[in-house]
Design a protein around this ligand. Structure first.
Ligand code: CP
Length: 321
């Protein structure tokens, strides 16, 4: 495969290869190997048309740890603000010799359009497109779940019960997760206000519930979603107090989870409404761990798409840089 646009394109073996490679790369980082020379001489462009803290920084760290030449392109401050099209932006990056483009775009389908086009010859990696997908987020989520629930190379998430709560309608994280988690054998339940459940969800490989308290005791990993007010009409949304009461995660609800269960959030969190500080700052909450795991996952994706070698074949590591 040359691109990563959707987790729906990943077979179980592809997903496990990425998770296992990320685990090996994480072990190398743990042994103070700061850099691998795998992408020396290759140019990766981070093309961000939407704001990001975690994804953008984490891709940049991953690219630098693989010794790539990194170009950060933000739509703000570029000729996009003068009306330049995606095609002309892509042709410009191609002319500068981009080997891979990591793209975040407000339009669902923009990464797929780039991947199918002749505008770019390199790999396209989706870093979040509209309400469509965010595949590397789902991979880092699965990596975090596997570490807690079924650790070890080659292992999947068979039979694990994952509950995803909140604004499913606008969530690319939810869409990427439902494909990937079910490919890895997990059972996914969405809990959301009826106005934030997508039309057609009955065709997704998941259950839907409106009763969070009933689902919590049967949950191995609970993922809270951000309420994406910037994408919604006010009429869609219950009041903040009503939302917290029915769908927010607090200490009382956390106590209903099985002892081994973890609480996740892709970030950014809206503390108070979606998740209380008591839960967000508790040892069961993996938000910060997810961010750290994101670097290993993004290194693995770049390594496999651009490096073309297995870790065992990889050239010498370089801890001196
Ligand atoms: N989880 C996530 O995508 O965060 P950012 O928007 O900060 O990249």
């Amino acid at each position: 495969k040359r691109h990563l646009v959707s987790t729906a394109d990943l077979a179980r073996d592809d997903a496990l290869l990425i998770l296992d490679t990320a685990e090996e790369l994480a072990q190398l980082s743990g042994r103070a190997v700061k850099k691998l020379p795998t992408l020396r001489g290759r140019t990766v462009v981070n093309l961000f048309f939407e704001d990001s803290t975690r994804t953008k920084t984490s891709f940049e760290v991953a690219e630098k740890r693989l010794s790539a030449d990194v170009i950060n392109f933000s739509a703000k401050g570029s000729s996009v603000s003068k009306g330049e099209s995606l095609k002309d932006t892509a042709l410009t990056l191609q002319a500068m010799g981009a080997d891979a483009v990591v793209i975040r775009h407000h339009a669902s389908g923009a990464p797929a359009r780039l991947a199918q086009s002749e505008w770019l010859h390199g790999s396209v990696i989706n870093a979040g497109d509209g309400t469509h997908e965010h595949p590397t987020q789902a991979l880092l989520d699965a990596f975090t779940m596997r570490r807690h629930l079924n650790p070890g190379p080659g292992r999947d998430l068979a039979g694990r019960r994952i509950t995803i709560v909140g604004d499913v309608l606008h969530s690319r994280v939810a869409r990427s997760n439902v494909h990937l988690l079910t490919t890895l054998g997990a059972e996914v339940t969405f809990v959301a206000p009826p106005t934030l459940v997508p039309i057609g969800i009955e065709n997704w490989p998941c259950q839907v519930s409106y009763d969070l308290d009933a689902v919590l005791p049967k949950t191995d990993a609970l993922m809270m979603l951000r309420v994406q007010r910037e994408r919604m009409n006010a009429a869609f949304f219950p009041t903040e107090r009503e939302y917290s009461r029915r769908y927010g995660m607090d200490g009382i609800r956390m106590a209903q989870l099985p002892e081994h269960a973890i609480v996740m959030h892709p970030g950014p969190m809206v503390r108070g409404m979606e998740i209380t500080a008591e839960v967000a700052d508790s040892p069961r909450c993996t938000v910060v761990e997810q961010v750290a795991n994101g670097v290993s996952i993004r290194m693995a994706v770049l390594y496999l798409l651009l490096g073309g070698a297995t870790l065992a074949d990889s050239p010498r590591t370089d801890s001196s840089e």
